[in-house]
Design a protein around this ligand. Structure first.
Ligand SMILES: *Cc1c(COP(=O)(O)O)cnc(C)c1O
Length: 494
């Protein structure tokens, strides 16, 4: 299986090249040259397998340079008992169907991808014949940093350094990062906001002299960004697995269509569902749920993508985003026209908007239903689902639940729709407590975990509960101007 750029380019790339590079040389994203297919016999043969085995089989279809044994080993480590407590991606029925993707080490769905990417990257570096390791640089506004740290922790040939904005992440998110274990990790606060941290990292990644200096020490800079194919691919597996689980439980008759509703930010998660559908998994409509940053809702309804609008900080912060990078892959898959994609992307970066041709707008409208949910509705939905079904959901999942209800009362009447649940409610205690009618003091941290447990009786994930008693390892703060120096210190083992 070879990969090419969404913006054309001339050459094709192996899977390991695509994973090591992250971004294609022309700035496009890597996409598989052809999609493998899963027949209903193939799907049935996956039925008796465990989650790690299913994931390895699905990924193998895209990674012919990797052996089945190699991939099974990665999946057993990444999704094993020690990290996911036995059920990596269960579907549950609580008034509606939910796919819970937050049973991993950091309690958000990013673990599904970030437990696998480091293993794929480390092996890809070897397959590409380089002797250097990967030094991962990440700026985070909260969830990604911790998931990347846990994923890369003690992975061979890799080191990871995470920068977070001082005062710009929640108390729980900060503690999750500053207490991080592992020999190859470093965490640093930046005196500034998320943009300062992010542009600092981008500057370092595009500084050729710095890259040469790091390479001299044996390290190639890389990022754990969500546009890497190695992050998207593991996400296809859980849609295949979820369909099989729903068929096994009788929630859907094998072969009948199952719709999926996904809380969406950067468009990675829902794009994985699209790929699973294209491969032959009986997935029906793809329901795209946004928060008040509803640029995708408008795009799917009108064919016009327009980022020239106010940015809203919401109670579902991991979806606060105006440029959904992975949408570029969908545009390529639907149009098959790299020149068109290149033109649209340059229009977006120059003018802040683009409009797709009507045929593409119509095709996207057939595949996707879209809706959005404001903060008030998000909190109401958390309260309603708790009262009606005794099921506690986080604000991101609540955005999807709200849009599912909208869908089922309009175009989706009578259909079976699976909501993708992306985070543990205990990661967002403040918002959840508020939804249930409790006041919470500003700036409160881990103590809210106990409050939410007392109010609901729902058991918190042990890894979050333990935070209160973990000691902080990383207390260093630097100004943005010193980030490069700090990175070189880390590369040199200081
Ligand atoms: C990242 C994230 C999302 C958005 O996923 P995308 O793949 O970026 O669309 C939704 N919910 C949670 C909890 C997240 O961390």
């Amino acid at each position: 299986m070879k990969y090419r750029s969404t913006r054309g380019g001339t050459r094709e790339f192996t899977a390991s090249e695509a994973i090591v590079r992250g971004l294609a040389p022309d700035g496009g994203l890597f996409v598989p040259c052809e999609l493998p297919s899963l027949s209903s016999e193939d799907l049935r043969s996956l039925m008796p397998l465990s989650y790690p085995e299913r994931a390895a089989r699905v990924m193998k279809l895209f990674l012919d340079e990797f052996s089945s044994d190699e991939l099974e080993g990665f999946c057993r480590e990444a999704y094993g008992e020690a990290r996911f407590g036995g059920a990596p991606a269960p579907t549950v029925e609580r008034g509606g169907l939910y796919l819970e993707l937050w049973h991993g080490p950091t309690c958000a769905f990013k673990d599904m991808a970030l437990q696998m990417l480091p293993r794929l990257l480390s092996a890809s570096l070897e397959k590409c014949g380089g002797s250097e390791g990967a030094l991962i640089l990440t700026a985070t506004s909260g969830d990604t940093g911790k998931a990347a740290l846990e994923g890369f922790r003690d992975v061979k040939n890799t080191k990871i350094m995470v920068f977070y904005p001082l005062g710009g992440v929640s108390e729980i998110q900060k503690l999750q990062m500053t207490t991080q274990q592992g020999e190859n990790v470093r965490v640093m606060a930046v005196r500034g906001n998320f943009d300062d941290a992010q542009s600092g990292v981008k500057r370092i990644l595009s500084d050729a002299a710095l890259a040469r200096a790091a390479l001299g020490r044996g390290w190639r800079f890389s990022s754990a960004n969500s546009i890497n194919w190695g992050r998207l691919l593991p996400q296809i597996a859980y849609y295949v697995s979820a369909y099989l689980d729903c068929a096994a439980s009788g929630a859907v008759k094998f072969g009948d269509k199952l719709d999926v509703c996904v809380p969406t930010g950067n468009f990675g998660n829902i794009l994985a569902a699209y790929y699973a559908k294209r491969m032959g998994v009986p997935i029906g409509r793809l329901v795209c749920a946004s928060n008040a940053n509803n640029v995708l809702t408008d795009f799917i309804r009108t064919g016009v993508y327009d980022r020239r609008r106010d940015f809203h900080m919401t109670v579902s912060p991991s979806m606060d985003i105006l440029v959904s990078s992975n949408l570029e892959r969908l545009l390529y898959e639907v149009s098959g026209d790299a020149a068109l994609v290149a033109a649209l992307m340059s229009r977006l970066s120059d003018e802040g908007f683009y409009a797709v041709p009507d045929t593409i707008r119509d095709e996207i409208g057939r595949l996707f239903f879209s809706g959005f949910c404001r903060d008030g509705e998000t909190l109401d939905t958390i309260r309603d689902v708790w009262r009606e079904h005794g099921y506690l959901i986080d604000p991101h999942t609540a955005v999807a639940e709200h849009v599912r209800r909208e869908y089922l009362s309009s175009e989706g009447r009578g259909r079976t729709t699976l909501v993708v649940s992306t985070a543990s409610p205990y990661k967002f205690c403040g918002a959840v407590l508020k939804a249930l009618g409790n006041d919470t003091p500003d700036g409160a941290g881990v103590e809210l975990i106990g409050r939410l447990r007392d109010v609901t009786g729902v058991t918190p994930p042990p890894q979050l509960e333990a935070l209160g008693s973990c000691s902080e390892r990383f207390r260093e703060v630097c100004p943005p101007s010193e980030m490069a120096t700090k990175v070189m210190d880390f590369a040199e083992g200081r």
